[in-house]
Design a protein around this ligand. Structure first.
Ligand SMILES: [Zn+2]
Length: 123
């Protein structure tokens, strides 16, 4: 039911952990499977130089978290804001329809972290 790519990111997730004194932190959750995702960003000159995540949730939530961290590293904040939940799911080769709500967490948490960074900077 999951693609090889989803299984790969689920069993071997990238960028797990947290960043101390992160420039921005975003947290979202969904009630459907109780997934909670937190993303930490390090930003320099509007470029995301480091990103880590902590996710408590189902396989799809962990795989999409891992994938989104790979997608945003080295991107500008504007580029990162354009990453959609759909793009993350597509990068994983698709998700089962029943699990699409889990993929919604990854890009949402990323966008929250960017908003947090912008709010802290007072832009
Ligand atoms: Zn889930």
């Amino acid at each position: 039911m999951y693609t090889d790519k989803v299984m790969d990111h689920f069993t071997n997730p990238r960028n797990v952990g947290e960043i101390k004194d992160a420039a921005g932190v975003g947290e979202v959750g969904n009630a459907k499977c109780g997934d909670i995702m937190r993303i930490y960003l390090q930003v320099e000159n509007d470029i995301i130089t480091d990103v880590k995540f902590k996710t408590f949730g189902c396989g799809a939530a962990i795989a999409t978290s891992s994938m989104v961290t790979e997608m945003v590293k080295g991107k500008t904040l504007d580029e990162a804001l354009e990453i959609s939940n759909q793009a993350v799911a597509e990068a994983l080769g698709g998700l089962p329809p029943a699990k699409m709500h889990c993929s919604n967490l990854a890009a949402d948490a990323l966008h929250e972290a960017i908003k947090d960074y912008i709010a802290k900077k007072g832009k």
